[in-house]
Design a protein around this ligand. Structure first.
Ligand code: GLC
Length: 516
């Protein structure tokens, strides 16, 4: 039976016409292309430096990339069971989940609530932060377990910032990233104040694992896909986690761990090239860094992650309006464009998604959001600029993935990815796959088939819910270790068993997939 297409097939990129663009604007577009394009040779040299920086992070001397051991030891089997809470402290929301891992392999049931993270919290005090989080957890428990007499519920807390961990139930915040700037948290263990806030409110929860979103993504994806080797977040921030053998981590040598034991490493690769040796930084990247709450930090992240894409775009446009000899938006009120961080990555996504050759949606978006009426040539420049920024992000991100594959000698594997940029930014996946192909010199796919979806040797695939299921699984794996007496990297094994009813899936019924 013939299939009928109800929608036109999506073209990877529109044709666009530069025919009626004035010469000086064309020159400007060419300059931007030169600035933002990363060719194959550059991708390869970045990847090679990335690979050595990953190794340096694992060395005793250390490097810019923290390469934090997470004490999440090995992959799940798919047979983990029990009921767990998961808490995800994201940039915009706080999500609380209750997850039941039943007997059936690779299955789970989840109920969840979302709470808004008030913007003021991000720059407020530590007490306000922990108090707010504890209040949300209390609300969740009161709502879902009204009147029940509860044992302490084990909790996996997804804290997606660089934290050094001597134990899985411990984490010293190295520095805030992604625009957070809360006093009195950096350099300290975040677990005691968090637990104290729960204690104060009498919330029956025991923190079992503090995890990073990338580790959660890796573990959640591996729960259902045995080819998963790397977990990535391409979202507000950008980072990855993978499994390393303890024997290949010189900075843990003194602990005399079993060299064949695997441990998840949270790379914190956003810090790659903080010493500015290799990344092709533009004047705009330099401004973003200088004006950020933590200049000099997260150099790689500031060039690729969602938080910064809209800002980069804004800075270029403003520069073209003000400084460059070609004045765009001439005679227009650009005061809205002058507001830092007023455009987010979804603004760029929308521009790249504009299906009309005459870019009428982009025209309307500019008028509505910024009060700027663009001419046709300006629209062409805007669209090209969005493509350049989006493409650079995808191609540089691929360098990190390729570097881990090269380090681990993975010829084929799956990479689980999550985050707004990966999930929503147009062509991000295809551009990333193309860059991997160039870096890793693929000419054919798996089993000799043509390259493409399902056949690329290394494929970046949408991940399972890392900060929900991943956090629950890591809590489950940790409790299992405690029960087996394997307490390496666990600070409070006794406390985890005392008063928690963890590993019994029949202990409570949870409604499947109901979203509250
Ligand atoms: C930032 C954080 C890192 C997190 C990433 C993605 O890079 O430092 O911990 O994994 O954002 O959310």
């Amino acid at each position: 039976m013939a299939t009928r297409h109800t929608q036109p097939r999506r073209q990877p990129s529109r044709k666009g016409s530069m025919a009626d663009i004035p010469k000086d604007l064309l020159q400007e577009i060419k300059r931007l292309e030169d600035l933002f394009t990363v060719d194959t040779a550059k991708l390869k040299s970045i990847t090679s430096h990335f690979q050595s920086e990953l190794a340096k992070g694992l060395s005793k001397e250390g490097g810019s990339i923290p390469m934090n051991p997470t004490w999440c030891m090995g992959f799940p089997t798919g047979h983990e069971t029990g009921t767990f809470l998961a808490l995800d402290m994201g940039g915009t929301n706080l999500r609380v989940c209750e997850i039941n891992l039943p007997e059936e392999k690779g299955e789970f049931d989840i109920i969840q609530s979302k709470y808004r993270m008030p913007e003021e919290l991000k720059t407020g005090t530590a007490d306000e932060l922990w108090g707010y989080i504890a209040d949300c957890l209390q609300q969740f428990i009161e709502y879902h377990h009204e009147g029940e007499k509860l044992d302490k519920l084990p909790l996996g807390f997804t804290f997606s910032y660089p934290a050094t961990q001597d134990f899985i139930d411990h984490g010293v915040l190295q520095r805030w990233t992604k625009g957070f700037d809360i006093d009195g948290v950096e350099g300290k263990d975040v677990v005691p104040p968090f637990e104290a806030a729960l204690e104060e409110r009498g919330v029956p929860i025991k923190l079992t694992a503090l995890i990073n979103d990338t580790t959660g993504t890796l573990i959640a994806s591996a729960y259902t896909d045995s080819e998963m080797r790397i977990g990535c977040i391409f979202g507000t921030g950008c980072n990855a986690a993978y499994m390393e053998h303890c024997g290949d981590i010189p900075k843990l040598e003194h602990m005399k761990l079993d060299p064949n034991q695997e441990i998840a490493i949270n790379c914190e690769w956003g810090a790659f090239d903080n010493e500015h040796k290799i990344l092709p930084r533009t004047q705009y990247d330099i401004i973003i860094d200088k004006d950020s709450p933590r200049p000099g930090q997260q150099s790689f992240e500031k060039m690729v992650a969602g938080l910064y894409l809209g800002e980069l775009f804004r800075l270029v446009l403003l520069d073209l309006h003000e400084v460059a000899h070609v004045k765009i938006f001439e005679g227009q009120d650009v005061s809205s464009l002058k507001k830092p961080y007023s455009l987010d990555a979804s603004f760029l996504s929308d521009i790249e998604n504009d299906p009309f050759e005459n870019l009428s949606e982009t025209h309307d978006r500019f008028e509505k959001a910024l009060g700027i009426k663009c001419t046709k040539p300006e629209l062409e420049l805007i669209r090209r600029l969005a493509e350049l920024i989006g493409t650079r992000s995808a191609r540089l991100s691929a360098c990190g993935v390729a570097a881990i594959c090269l380090k681990k000698n993975y010829k084929t594997c799956h990479v689980g990815a999550d985050g707004s940029v990966f999930n929503k930014y147009p062509h991000f996946k295809a551009r990333g796959a193309q860059a991997l192909k160039e870096i890793l010199d693929w000419d054919k796919g798996r089993d000799g088939k043509a390259l493409g979806k399902g056949h690329d040797p290394v494929e970046i695939l949408p991940a399972e819910d890392g900060s929900g299921v991943g956090a629950a699984l890591i809590a489950a794996l940790t409790l299992k270790r405690v029960q087996e007496g394997k307490v390496m990297g666990i600070r409070d094994p006794e406390g985890m068993l005392k008063g928690t009813k963890a590993a019994d899936p029949k202990s409570k019924e949870v409604a499947p997939e109901s979203k509250k």
